[in-house]
Write a protein that binds this ligand. Sequence first.
Ligand code: PLP
Length: 372
Amino acid sequence: MIYLDYQATTPVAPEVAEAMQPWIEDKFANPHSPSRWGGEAAAAIEVARKQVEQAIGLSGGRLAFTGSATEALNWALKGTMEKAPQSRRRIVTVATEHAAVLDTCEWLEGQNYAVTRLPVNSGGLVDLENVRAALDETVALVAMMLVNNEIGVIQPVAEVASLAHEAGALVLCDAVQGFGRLNIPDGPDLVAVSAHKIHGPKAIGALWMRAGAEPAPFLHGGGQELGMRSGTLSPELCVGFGAAAKLATKQRETDHAHVEALWDAATAELSSGWTVNGSPDQRYKGNLNIRHEPLDAARLISDLRDIAFSLGSACASGSGRPSHVLRALGLSDREARSSIRLGFGRYTTKSELIDAVRRVDGAARAQQGLAA
Ligand code: PLP
């Protein structure tokens, strides 16, 4: 199989698996118990916390581990609104956010909070004038992602954060797809990240919180994470997350150069007729979302079963609806259904990527009755 679905998840790094092993097999003590073994597990978790904090690279805050980035985003949104003053009951977000943000916002609307969803331009980017116009003294929180998971474009988070702060609002950044790959710009008060997008284990994420901007507690119980997110932590998942974060920090420049070279190789192989979805310049290059009308992208995926890639139009729970992100760019349903996403990174080789792109290109042309 050629794995080109790096936005969905990434392969676990060998160094991560090795770091986790003893905590899976031998060192099973509860990290919150006072025994010597419990203390050892708690100390390993604190090392991991530092490693993730260092990879985030922001100062003046604390990090809490969560069960996923989805949980971190739910906590940040619901907990911030719960603590917000009565006069500030509005969230400003963007039409192209991940479902973990958009669906939580929709739930909050049902609790009598207001939500403003900003449009994006044809490149997938917000217009700062629209952000400015949406902000006033009723806004408690601005929620904006750094790198879009479907099309890879990078939002101007630092600029948005300074506008939000001028208006007295807090800023939540979903940094899941940028973490470990790009600088997280200074500005956000809350940052959500996930281990499995940086070659770590699944089912662990984290919420970084600037001092003074902590949301209300989310999970009630033993008070394990800073008294705000109860539940016994998993030493193996925390250690794995820490090891992945440390490796991402160490390999940042090498990974970056590798991804740029892969992008160049992949785009050079595409025949004419393909268009890149999203801004060509302001993007993370490990995400190549392309369309070729009138391709049936779902059929292409089943024609090429030994290549793992995604529909650009990720359908909402099998409903067949085209992607909300591609629609927000102004693409027609037909264009959205002709889109695919190729995602690559640290462990992708140039030769396998070229092989896959040639086959995707050939299968797309064959589908349309064109010579391969
Ligand atoms: N935000 C973005 C941009 C994502 O790509 C994802 C994962 O697909 C998430 C949030 C949710 O992360 P997790 O799988 O840790 O819940």
